[in-house]
Design a protein around this ligand. Structure first.
Ligand code: FMN
Length: 501
């Protein structure tokens, strides 16, 4: 090759490498804006007060300056986060307003293309504390999809969720699904950039922030189950963690409880199942009209009590007897290893049945009115038959008790509100697929034991179907996936029915 041709080739090679490098490092930047979620509208009054309204519901957000009110108007379409990130008095006011809206669950975040014409994703917070903080990602970082993340249809949208995430992502661009599919294996950012010119690093940073993606460090392994970044997650099956977070309050923003959401589409099922066709064997002739034993009588007498006699609260001695009868450890024992190389396992025996004798359920007592016991939050040590006080704030105790009053439509707080929490790992260490379902069945067995023990002692109680897993995590400072509420029971001395006549 002649010298000039050689030079030309070298030059061409150089230019080619330069364009490649440029392509690798180019960044698709996008705009992250906050806006009022579609259901609410802002009412801005002449005196500077702002309220968010939905039909008859109105949340007052405080008074603001004219300039802040002006900015607030942009919340209907989207106010870029960068526009109030500074420290000026105006930025501070907007920050206060936006955080108040966030605390009330009234916001969503929009990640859009630079000119703002299309939504890349819309982020719906699932917990009040959610605030998008895109994690920084560089070419050398390796990321992978969390095994708890899932993409599903909701109405006419695709949503990306995870029980670990504080927000869900409404996907606006189908190309994102393709990127997520690639991330079923760990990928270097530099490789992803080479594969897709339109890779949105802001989005990946937001997904990392929400733990929908994981960053693997040098020792991060292959990103499979043991590398999820939290040893306490190893024992969780995907469906169990999703079920736990979606069937309780605190970590999602969906409708919850008796909402009759589809009642207009489907008629209620009959109270008693219509009998099967065929020959009937009448059992009535074998049955006594009246209960034939104290136990049969106890079952007949049991009913839910939601209102309590606060002039005559239950006493500490009664509470101790109730816990001893229903939940105290009666004995402890050990079993041989269940599998090759497995450890010996410690077990206990208690008054109620429990799957695999695991006894994963723990009792936490919010005491409002119990003679001889100071108001507070306690753990029942079932082995030592003792109560240990836990340092929860009065506001948290109040929130717990208010939710119970609401759930029971009661006239006042229960004298003692028992939260039944599960040490999830105690049961999922052994059982695959059925661990969480076993826990809920154990709760049922314990609740009936509570009902019967209370009835037997002349006390009263009521099961409660909703527990707030986020509030419990804050009160106990335990991670929601380590130990958390799976049931509640209100206990106290029943209020006497007013004398007839
Ligand atoms: C798992 C479970 C959850 C319950 N949740 C609630 C609840 O949140 N609020 C309430 O007032 N009653 C609740 N109850 C009580 C039932 O409403 C009550 O058991 C049912 O109406 C039958 O009445 P009885 O218990 O008086 O026989 C619950 C009961 C169970 C077993």
């Amino acid at each position: 090759m002649s010298a000039p041709r050689k030079k030309l080739k070298k030059k061409l090679k150089k230019t080619h490498t330069k364009t490649q490098t440029k392509k690798q490092t180019s960044k698709v930047s996008s705009v992250l804006a906050v806006r009022l979620n579609g259901r609410f509208s802002l009412h801005i009054q002449a005196d500077g007060s702002i309220a968010a309204t939905l039909g008859a519901y109105s949340a007052s957000l405080g008074q603001f300056s004219a300039a802040a009110m002006d900015r607030a108007r942009h919340l209907t379409t989207g106010l870029p986060l960068a526009s109030f990130a500074g420290k000026s008095a105006l930025a501070r006011q907007v920050q206060v307003l936006v955080h108040r809206l966030a605390q009330n669950g009234l916001l969503e975040y929009r990640l859009s293309s630079p000119r703002g014409e299309t939504d890349v994703v819309v982020i719906e917070p699932q917990i009040p504390e959610y605030w998008p903080q895109p994690a920084k990602l560089g070419n050398g970082d390796t990321i992978v999809l969390s095994r708890f993340a899932y993409l599903r249809r909701r109405g006419n949208e695709m949503v990306l969720e995870s029980p670990r995430a504080g927000a869900l992502f409404r996907i606006g661009d189908p190309a994102i699904a393709a990127t997520l599919a690639t991330l079923s294996r760990p990928q270097k950012i530099s490789t992803l950039r080479r594969q897709s010119a339109s890779l949105n690093l802001d989005l990946l940073g937001l997904l990392l922030d929400s733990r929908i993606l994981l960053k693997l460090d040098a020792k991060g392994g292959d990103g499979l189950r043991p590398n999820e970044g939290d040893g306490d997650l190893v024992l969780w099956d995907f469906h169990d963690l999703m079920f736990h977070t979606r069937s309780t309050e605190g970590r999602h923003a969906n409708l919850l409880g008796g909402t009759y959401a589809n009642a207009s589409a489907v008629a209620p099922l009959p109270a008693v199942r219509p009998h099967w066709p065929g020959k009937k064997i009448d059992l009535g002739k074998f049955s006594a009209r009246e209960p034939i034993s104290p136990f049969a009588n106890l079952l007949r007498e049991r009913h839910s009590i939601r209102d309590f006699d606060d002039e005559h609260p239950l006493t500490l001695a009664e509470l101790a007897q109730f816990l001893e009868t229903s939940a105290r450890v009666l004995s402890e024992w050990r079993s041989e290893a269940n599998f090759d190389g497995g450890p010996e396992v410690a077990y206990s025996t208690r008054p109620y049945p429990a799957a695999g004798s695991a006894y994963e359920l723990e009792l936490y007592l919010a005491v409002s009115n119990c003679e001889g016991l100071v108001r507070g939050f306690y753990h029942y040590d079932a082995g030592g038959h003792a109560l240990t006080e836990i340092d929860a704030s009065p506001q948290q105790l109040q929130a717990l008790s208010t939710a119970a009053v609401f759930a029971m439509d009661a006239s006042g707080p229960p004298q003692v509100l028992i939260t039944i929490a599960a040490r999830f790992g105690r049961i999922s260490w052994k059982y695959s697929s059925i661990a969480y379902s076993l826990i809920l069945r154990d709760v049922g067995a314990l609740i009936q034991t509570f009902y019967l023990a209370a009835t037997d002692m002349g006390l009263g109680g009521c099961a409660i179907g909703i527990s707030n897993i986020d509030l419990f995590a804050k009160m106990t400072k335990l991670e929601f996936h380590v130990e958390g509420p799976v049931g509640q029971f209100a206990l106290g001395r029943p209020r006497k029915a007013p004398a007839a006549g």
